[in-house]
Design a protein around this ligand. Structure first.
Ligand SMILES: NC(=O)c1ccc[n+]([C@@H]2O[C@H](COP(=O)([O-])OP(=O)(O)OC[C@H]3O[C@@H](n4cnc5c(N)ncnc54)[C@H](OP(=O)(O)O)[C@@H]3O)[C@@H](O)[C@H]2O)c1
Length: 286
């Protein structure tokens, strides 16, 4: 009886894996040998995939967009600065399309949703975020609203619509970018950390709710990553934070992009609801 049940499950899993592999290979063939040619020169593992990366005009989001394009995806790049966004997309090539949107604006989020659904987005990376290092006593209502509206509300409602579109197509990957501060808070970022902890919770809820439709939802939690905005906190602050990582250094946006790429690639087919830390070992400490 036990053996029969095992055989039944093995056959069932074989069927699912074969169907999934067929589906992936139709749209994103895993031809690793050619993927280094990138979108300009040929096909990559994400060839045929459509991605939306929020907050991709600079920093970590820009590195993610560039990596997904290198791997063959078409990417919607988004941010608030129209001129800078269009200029950037010209340098990224024909696989990048800029859509300006202020994620604090409900109308802009609705417009971005319409583009994402029209493009059949199958990879959504919720990267846009604002961070402030403010002590609890110094957080104003305006600052709290800024953090919640950008980091949490926009992520929820953008993903709500994109998930529905992915559900209809029975395929999709969502990656939410949070922070190690959501798991191991350090001083003066209680409001920011709370918004990212909420996003991490959403990832797990969505992974549970949408797994049955073949949709994988995961989280990437960066530690200290060298971007212009992070640098504005002060080199000494970054150095002090980097010293808390077991690798004793700050990370790069490209290293975060590699983690995101893994989670949206065909190599990642049975992982959902996890948090992948890109923190140089910050959580284990020194
Ligand atoms: N850097 C780090 O050390 C670090 C560590 C942990 C987690 N993170 C997280 O990683 C993500 C990216 O960080 P980063 O350092 O790369 O940030 P960044 O350099 O400041 O870039 C933020 C991006 O988000 C966009 N953005 C900000 N507010 C927006 C709004 N209201 N509407 C639309 N787009 C908006 C910005 O574009 P525009 O300004 O053009 O709108 C920009 O493209 C954030 O979610 C952050 O919390 C970063």
């Amino acid at each position: 009886m036990g053996c029969k049940s095992s055989r039944h499950w093995i056959a069932k899993v074989d069927r699912i894996v074969n169907e999934e592999a067929g589906e992936l290979s139709r749209s994103c063939p895993p031809q690793l040998s050619r993927h280094r040619e990138g979108a300009e020169g040929g096909r990559g593992v994400l060839d045929g995939c459509n991605a939306l990366v929020t907050g991709s005009t600079r920093g970590i989001g820009k590195a993610i967009a560039e990596r997904l394009i290198l791997e063959g995806a078409s990417v919607i790049v988004t941010g608030r600065d129209d001129d800078a966004g269009h200029r950037l997309c010209q340098t990224m090539g024909p696989s990048a399309e800029f859509v300006s949107a202020d994620l604090r604006s409900k109308a802009d989020v609705a417009r971005l949703v319409a583009v994402a659904v029209a493009r059949n987005v199958d990879i959504l990376v919720n990267n846009a975020g604002v961070y402030r290092f403010t002590s609890t006593q110094a957080v104003t209502v305006d600052e709290f609203d800024l953090l919640v509206d950008t980091n949490l509300r926009a992520t929820f409602f953008l993903t709500q619509s994109v998930l529905e579109s992915m559900r209809e197509r029975r395929r999709g990957r969502v990656v939410n970018v949070t922070t190690t501060a959501a798991y191991r808070p350090n001083g003066d970022c209680s409001a920011y950390a709370a918004t990212k902890a909420a996003v991490a919770s959403l990832s797990k809820s969505w992974a549970a709710e949408y797994g049955r439709y073949g949709i994988l939802v995961n989280t990437v939690a960066p530690g200290v990553i060298y971007t212009d905005t992070a640098r504005s906190l002060g080199e000494d602050v970054l150095e002090e934070m980097a010293a808390r990582a077991s690798l004793r250094r700050i990370g790069t946006a490209e290293e975060v992009a590699s983690a995101v790429f893994f989670l949206v690639s065909p190599s990642c087919s049975y992982t959902s609801g996890i948090t992948l830390f890109v923190d140089g070992g910050m959580l284990v400490g020194v």
